[in-house]
Design a binder for this molecule. Structure first.
Ligand SMILES: Nc1ncnc2c1ncn2[C@@H]1O[C@H](COP(=O)(O)OP(=O)(O)OP(=O)(O)O)[C@@H](O)[C@H]1O
Ligand SMILES: [Mg+2]
Length: 229
């Protein structure tokens, strides 16, 4: 049995003060290390809410998240931020690159914020990742002057720089055409195999979901289906 890297225990989410709407109804899920998981479900079913709670970007109204065996609800803010930064990488539908900076600068941005000089090992790893995601030849181009697919691959490299054990992705190819989507997913699979990174990916694309290890379907805040393929 593979080790559990992320676990959701009876997660509930209620939005609103006066009018309360429950959008997650007691979700229990365990994710194995090195696995590739898809989350599907209709618009409004609670996918993004669940992913944000998994990544500790948002708090559940009830229940708790365990990352690598540690209950995150009992951690202080600083310790949690440290665990999150060292364990989880995020990829969003819109990549939030800084258009005035080059691809390489964007990938190294987290390091530029926290320290003056980027260590050589980190800088070399950024170059390796840019090779892996196939943007080595445009790495000194401004992000704002790259194609959508190149920008998305830059965002993937940026998410990988800290060697996260888990990547949480919310519609990572939502803004791309189907051919580029296929290429990005091949890349994510390659990263999953090469680095053993666990992936939990929200997708609207059933064709994409069917190529993963496990499909979890949400419906109105409940788990409607959970199949290992
Ligand atoms: N900040 C918020 N305040 C109030 N309600 C919210 C908030 N965010 C989401 N919701 C509601 O919670 C429900 C689940 O939203 P969520 O964004 O998780 O859905 P989703 O499955 O990601 O949908 P989509 O596929 O459209 O991205 C929806 O009914 C939505 O209107
Ligand atoms: Mg969403």
């Amino acid at each position: 049995m593979a080790k559990t890297i992320l676990e959701l225990n009876n997660i509930e989410k209620v939005y609103g003060e006066k009018v309360k709407t429950k959008v997650l109804h007691g979700i229990n899920l365990m994710f194995s290390e090195h696995s590739f998981n898809a989350i599907i479900g209709q618009s409004g079913s609670g996918k993004s809410t669940l992913l944000n709670i998994m990544g500790t970007l948002d708090n559940p109204s009830n229940g708790y998240v365990e990352i690598d065996g540690t209950r995150t609800d009992r951690m202080n803010k600083k310790a949690l931020a440290k665990l999150r930064n060292s364990t989880i990488g995020f990829i969003f539908q819109y990549h939030y690159l800084l258009p005035e900076f080059t691809a390489r600068e964007n990938i190294l941005m987290p390091h530029r914020i926290t320290q003056d000089k980027v260590p050589k090992a980190v800088s070399d790893y950024a170059d390796e990742l840019m090779e892996v995601v196939g943007i080595a030849d445009v790495k000194n181009n401004l992000a704002g002057e790259m194609s959508g697919g190149q920008q998305q691959r830059t965002a993937i490299a940026r998410a990988l720089l800290n060697k996260p054990r888990v990547i949480l992705a919310d519609e990572p190819t939502g803004s791309l055409d189907s051919e580029t989507t296929d290429r990005v997913y091949e890349l994510l699979k390659k990263i999953n195999k090469t680095y053993g990174t666990t992936f939990i990916v929200i997708t609207h694309d059933r064709r994409v979901a069917e190529k993963t290890d496990r499909i979890i379907q949400l419906e109105d805040g409940f788990i409607e289906m959970d199949v290992t393929t």
